[in-house]
Design a protein around this ligand. Structure first.
Ligand code: G3I
Length: 321
């Protein structure tokens, strides 16, 4: 009986899942599903600055190692997420404790330490995550305030100094051709023109209430590939506005996953990571008020790890050629 992974492997496609270290340790069904059904993994939280750095002078790599080593041991493609982000910074981290120069040194040391540790294990890094605001301007963050917009180029160069991984810019809400993806296109074009070592762009594709149009996604992928960049779908899930899910939501969801995989492959994208192993582990269930705003069954497996119509749809789309 073929699994999603065997079909992906034989069609040179990477189908992945974001992993939680505790579930991996304590839930045999989670572990088995992750191992048998996916050939790519991303730590959902364990490689973010907050979880990695319990205090100013200590790193705790245990959770990140658990996930990265799981991926390496099972011949999976491992994505690192994420070196530079304005969210999930450590609780002890207060920007005003640092001069701009000290913050620059802090960020460089963070990137060198973390990306350097996984030099032989991580295949792609989300070096910078969500640096562009929804209106297309550069998002004002502690990093941009202190280091100016050069922090993006610096971050990619610092990562490139310590790893051979492919280096990605990752963002949400930029899956279709729109104001935000236009801004990201212009930003990356400029960085590439300056010789900044960027290899790809990650389109998160959190398809929550509104589902981005697959044709526009394909067009978007193609224009980034024309820039010489690889494109990966990095955090896909498919949900509906709470209370507005169609009666046949499972089938609508399945059709959408299939259309995205087909558009992705047609446009030359060969990697799609879903943001969780099964519905029970979805961030939509637990993160802030998302549980009230959206339906909480956005993934390929349901709470009991049973295959959903979306699973069959993705498997079928991967086998087509
Ligand atoms: O691990 C702690 C736990 O010790 C503590 O008791 C608990 C209560 O405070 O918090 C736990 O940490 C939570 C963490 O998820 C692990 O469950 C954080 O509060 C919570 O903020 C964090 O949410 C994550 C969110 O990013 C914010 O960082 C979600 O799991 C994660 O799915 C989500 O993923 C992001 C991507 O990184 C970037 N793209 C958007 C995507 C969705 O927001």
């Amino acid at each position: 009986e073929s699994t999603l992974r065997t079909v992906a492997d034989s069609n040179e496609f990477r189908i992945g899942a974001a992993l939680d270290p505790d579930a991996l340790r304590v839930d045999p069904s989670y572990w088995k599903t992750a191992k048998n059904e996916f050939n790519a993994v991303t730590p959902e939280n364990a490689l973010k600055m907050g979880p990695l750095r319990p205090s100013r002078h200590t790193y705790d790599f245990a959770d990140a190692d658990a996930i990265v080593n799981f991926g390496v041991e099972h011949d999976m493609y491992v994505r690192g997420h994420t070196l530079v982000w304005h969210n999930q910074k450590p609780g002890w981290f207060q920007a005003w404790d640092y001069t701009p120069d000290q913050l620059r040194t802090f960020l460089r040391d963070h990137i060198h330490t973390v990306a350097g540790r996984y030099r032989a294990k991580i295949d792609a890094w989300d070096v910078v995550n969500e640096a562009v605001a929804d209106d297309g301007s550069l998002r004002e963050t502690v990093w941009s305030d202190a280091l100016g917009e050069d922090y993006l180029a610096d971050a990619f160069r610092w990562a490139d100094e310590v790893t051979d991984a492919d280096l990605y810019y990752n963002d949400y809400g930029a899956d279709e051709v729109n104001q935000k993806s236009d801004a990201i296109y212009d930003l990356l074009e400029d960085l590439l023109a300056d010789g900044v070592p960027i290899d790809g762009v990650g389109l998160q594709l959190h398809a929550l209430g509104d589902h981005p149009d697959p044709e526009s996604i394909a067009e978007n992928i193609e224009r980034f590939r024309d820039l010489g960049l690889d494109v990966q779908i990095t955090e896909m899930d498919v949900a509906f506005h709470a209370g507005e899910a169609p009666a046949d939501a499972d089938e609508v969801q399945a059709d959408y996953y299939r259309e995205v995989v087909e558009a992705c492959r047609d446009a030359g994208c060969d990697t799609l990571v879903t943001w969780g192993v099964h519905d029970g582990s979805s961030w939509l269930r637990s993160f802030k008020d998302f549980g009230e705003r959206y339906t909480g069954d956005p993934l390929l497996f349901d709470d009991r790890y049973d295959e959903k119509p979306a699973y069959d749809a993705v498997k079928a789309a991967l086998a087509e050629r």
